[in-house]
Ligand binder design. Structure first.
Ligand code: GLA
Length: 436
């Protein structure tokens, strides 16, 4: 986009004037990072499996002006997010849990560790612009947190002239987000950095021996649109549910290793029949019981020893979901859209029943969408426990489906859902510079 066009848009005009009120006149550089919607492949990434996300046309924007003293000062156009500052270093102290600055601190620490030895670190004065309607909806399972992490990382990498290959950058951003206490996988950061207009990213989340990741793109079918419906139920990864699932998968690997020596992730048994795996996995067990058996689950914050893990069902979801993602790629490449729809249905059932990450409102929304003509498949997207549903819809029916979803969901729950058509967007990076 040309600078003049961009800075004439009301979103940017307001942001520039806000920035200048905070930091005075001068140059401004703009960066952005989109959120993502995952078409299929849920909770497979941290198991070295497959995912198929799309970068969405809602993003986190950062306006920045470099500082030679290595300090980062950041404000937000939304006043509920308090401004903060810190000095760049390979070891940045964290703010209290839940503070939004931790995503930026984690990203900044990662960039500082990568470039810090080579030259003095460049910080910045910045303003985050992620308010509705253009920002990534928060707590909606559309990776608003990862978009903030990636936006901060992209800003600092650019200012410090660090240009790693995108897959390496995405993997580092993912690890940087562990700073906040979650143990998420690589999907969100890959989608945000490597997204392409009109396409879904098929990512193998297992790096090769050289540490590189294999990516492919699948073009979304013409004549269909991706619809996102936000249940309005806030989801949070910084809580027990997500890390419990990570623990259940790691427990499954440890138990299966007794039969399949050398495996490290559930991905390693993708070609073994489920019937062979099932008897090796307990239906449910407590963390303390696993510890007694000498099983080490590794570093997982906030995992009490009395937590109960549904090891068998959770592992079955991951095992079957990997298969579905590969089928979905074939369906997309072969133009078999009906098949893709069936796979979305099956993925939702597995996420609900085996991974246990749905909730009544999401079930209501999925049911409403699936009852509509033109909807090929609808499923919970993202980590779960609320957030959004993604649906594949015939373009000719989209207006009617959006309207019906809004009215029927409101009538059933009293919640006004945000229902919108998603246009797959390009990946994160530099947007424009304004020289004053
Ligand atoms: C969150 C995590 C991702 C992924 C999804 C579930 O978005 O950040 O890494 O695990 O949940 O598929």
């Amino acid at each position: 986009m040309k600078e003049t066009t961009l800075f004439e848009q009301p979103r940017y005009q307001t942001a520039v004037s806000h920035f200048q009120t905070l930091y005075g006149p001068g140059d401004i550089t703009v960066f952005r990072a989109p959120g993502r919607v995952n078409l299929i492949g849920e909770h497979t990434d941290y198991n070295h499996g497959y995912v198929m996300p799309v970068a969405i046309d809602r993003d986190v924007v950062i306006l920045a002006r470099s500082r030679a003293d290595g300090v980062v000062r950041l404000a937000n156009v939304e006043p509920e997010f308090a401004p903060f500052s810190f000095a760049l270093s390979p070891n940045i102290p964290s703010a209290p849990p839940g503070d939004w600055s931790n995503y930026v601190r984690g990203a900044a620490q990662m960039v500082a560790q990568q470039v810090g030895e080579k030259r003095p670190l460049i910080g910045f004065d910045g303003l985050v612009v992620a308010a509705p309607p253009f920002g990534v909806p928060r707590g909606a399972g559309l990776s608003s947190s990862s978009a903030l992490t990636v936006a901060a990382a992209v800003t600092l990498a650019h200012l410090n002239e660090w240009q790693p290959p995108l897959d390496q950058f995405a993997a580092r951003c993912s690890r940087a987000e562990w700073y906040v206490g979650t143990r998420g996988g690589v999907m969100d950061h890959f989608a945000s950095l490597l997204g392409r207009p009109g396409q879904a990213l098929f990512l193998d989340c297992r790096p090769g021996e050289n540490g590189r990741y294999a990516t492919q793109y699948a073009t979304l079918p013409s004549g269909y649109q991706l619809l996102i419906a936000n249940s309005g139920v806030k989801h949070r990864n910084v809580g027990g549910g997500y890390n419990y699932r990570v623990a259940a998968c790691r427990a499954g690997v440890a138990l299966l290793r007794r039969r399949f020596a050398g495996i490290t992730h559930l991905r390693d048994v993708e070609n073994v029949d489920w019937g062979e795996l099932e008897p090796l996995l307990p239906e449910e067990t407590a963390v303390s019981n696993l510890i007694q058996q000498g099983i080490d689950l590794g570093d997982i914050p906030n995992l009490p020893t009395d937590a109960r893990l549904r090891v068998r069902a959770n592992c079955r979801h991951v095992w079957s979901e990997n298969w579905r993602v590969r089928q979905a790629v074939d369906a997309l490449n072969g133009g078999d859209i009906a098949r893709l729809g069936q796979l979305l249905h099956a993925a939702h059932a597995s996420a609900r029943d085996d991974y246990d990450i749905s909730c009544p409102e999401i079930e209501m929304l999925v049911g409403i969408l699936n009852s509509q003509p033109g909807v090929l498949g609808a499923r919970l997207t993202g980590a779960g426990w609320g957030g959004c549903v993604v649906a594949l819809v015939e373009a000719g029916e989209i207006t009617a489906v959006v309207h019906h979803a809004q009215t029927a969901y409101h009538a059933a729950t009293g919640i006004d859902p945000d229902v919108f058509v998603c246009t797959p967007s390009g990946g994160a990076g530099f947007v424009a510079a304004l020289e004053r």
